[in-house]
Design a protein around this ligand. Sequence first.
Ligand code: CMX
Ligand code: CO
Length: 155
Amino acid sequence: MHTGFTRIDHIGIACHDLDATAAFYRRAFGFAVCHEEVNEEQGVREAMLRVNGTDDGHASFLQLLEPTREDSPVARFLARNGEGVHHVAFGTADVADAADRTRALGIRVLSEEPRPGTNGARITFLHPKDCGGVLTELFEAPRPTPEGIVAAGEE
Ligand code: CMX
Ligand code: CO
């Protein structure tokens, strides 16, 4: 059975200091921050750095993650492991459908319904213990239209 993952959208990287880490990636590799936001539900301040592709939401990114509170997943990860790769996010055209297909394989999906992600995306996560030790995100990008970006899941 196919889960409908079609590309790598981003690699999530946990860090203590978002601005310092973004400055490193800019200086060392030339990657610029193209979007920044706080997601209180996820407990992160985050920055997306475009690595390649176009601006239509279907490029590849690094997602830098700085925790906003001590009880967040990223804060717990940093306390346990220090800074580094936190998750891999696969792009999919339909995150709810991809989650259902993945759930049917016996893999734990960490939210009942897709949640709000960066810049209007819809996201959910798969338990790392069911994915070979890798926290895995399913990511449905917002769709660009001539009128502008339409948040994922909206018509
Ligand atoms: N990658 C791999 N393994 C991980 C992990 C990660 N990022 N986070 C935790 N684990 C492992 C731990 O090492 C631990 O393993 P052991 O039992 O072998 O020691 C186990 O999972 C449990 O660790 P924990 O610290 O007790 O973590 P929790 O159970 O509290 O939470 C998880 C783990 C995956 C359920 C939680 O991190 C989660 O819900 N994550 C999804 C949300 C998220 O990460 N949001 C931030 C990113 C937002 C975005 O991308 O937009
Ligand atoms: Co992510």
